[in-house]
Write a protein that binds this ligand. Structure first.
Ligand code: UT7
Length: 321
């Protein structure tokens, strides 16, 4: 029987401060409106990190919750893979900071940089390490504090993102359940349509997010559709086999388009973008955690994950629960 990475626990953490669209517009004196933001993106509010929060603290809290839900202790974890575009610092890896916060003194951790597709990349790496026998238990985290890299004078981007972290625990199992396959892509020719201008190795500073939203939107619809087809074909499955779609949460219009493509009714597509905004690498594990806690994922369900982000990077994963 095949060795698989079973998803045995989920956790999420959102910083407690919630800012509505109107509050954001007033706070940063933006020429925007709640109506524009909701109509174009589906976002109503976002959580923002406080001064004491950073990527590692949000990640550690999500990880603690995921470990608890899995019934696993931190010292059982062999590898911690953390996806982020907003690490605490250039090095050490934020994953290692999280190890320390969790009290992990064995195993190893590292960061993955693939922007909003980061969680799918991290999941893919952890799954490969489990299937090759390099690890038996993995903690996969997406954690972001985009509020630190947003240009609060750019209304076209700053209204779209939020802070948060999500995590899953994977364990080696022989059986039917687990990650069936992951499918990763990147195309650096489009690197500048969604990028951080400046940073540790160029300007030495943090850098600010720049996005040509309409361009990214066009790529999103076609590239996500092809990644989803690729994942289903690779497993000899059809869209009718999918019980739940857990998409990256960038824009409700993109999420709805993917739901329509798969022929899924709205109750089988997980949506958090209205409350969380786009939390980049954290959005899929946060959405998965919400669906899990609400009892929307039952044993045997086939769950499809997909994401696109800066790079361009994009990908999909199929998991049986
Ligand atoms: O997570 C990584 C992947 N990211 C994404 O998938 C994001 C993809 N892109 C999007 O979600 C959408 O393109 C946006 C939500 C960013 C923008 O929606 P859009 O329908 O593509 O609007 P647009 O960029 O074409 O802008 C339409 C108009 C422009 O004015 P003009 O040129 O038509 O006069 C913008 O200047 O809306 C204006 N605008 C705004 N107006 C009020 C841009 N931002 C705002 C704003 N409030 N915050």
């Amino acid at each position: 029987m095949a060795l698989r990475s079973a998803i045995i626990g989920c956790g999420g953490y959102l910083p407690p401060t919630i800012i509505t669209n109107d509050e954001l517009a007033a706070r940063f004196n933006l020429d925007t409106s709640d109506e524009w933001i909701r109509e174009r993106s589906g976002i109503r509010q976002r959580h923002l990190a406080g001064p004491e929060d950073n990527c590692s603290t949000l990640a550690a809290e999500a990880a603690r919750r995921a470990l608890e839900s899995a019934g696993v202790t931190a010292d059982e974890v062999d590898v911690l893979v953390l996806a982020t575009a907003t690490p605490d610092s250039a090095f050490p890896a934020t994953a290692v900071r999280v190890q320390a916060l969790l009290g992990m003194t064995r195993g190893f951790g590292f960061d993955v940089s693939a922007a909003c597709t980061g969680f799918v990349y991290a999941l893919s790496l952890a799954d490969a390490m489990i299937r090759s026998g390099q690890a038996r238990c993995a903690l996969v985290i997406g954690s972001e504090v985009y509020s630190r890299i947003l240009d609060w004078t750019d209304r076209a981007s700053c209204v779209l993102f939020g802070d948060g972290a999500g995590a899953v625990v994977l364990r080696a199992e022989e059986g039917e359940r687990g990650i069936l396959s992951t499918h990763l892509h990147s195309d650096g020719r489009h690197g500048d349509i969604l990028h951080v201008e400046g940073g540790a190795g160029s300007t030495g500073g943090t850098g600010l997010l720049r996005m040509a939203g309409r361009e990214v939107f066009k790529h999103a619809v076609t590239k996500l559709a092809s990644a989803v087809d690729e994942a289903l074909e690779a497993n000899g499955l059809s869209r009718d086999d999918v019980q739940l779609l857990v998409p990256h949460q960038a824009n409700i219009r993109i999420i709805d388009a993917m739901g329509r493509k798969l022929g899924l009714p709205k109750d089988r597509v997980v949506v958090t973008v209205d409350r969380h905004a786009n939390t980049s690498a954290a959005s899929i594990p946060l959405a998965l955690d919400e669906a899990w806690r609400e009892g929307r994922i039952r044993p045997g369900d086939l769950v499809l994950l997909e994401a696109i982000g800066g790079g361009l990077t994009w990908g999909a994963a199929l998991a049986r629960f």
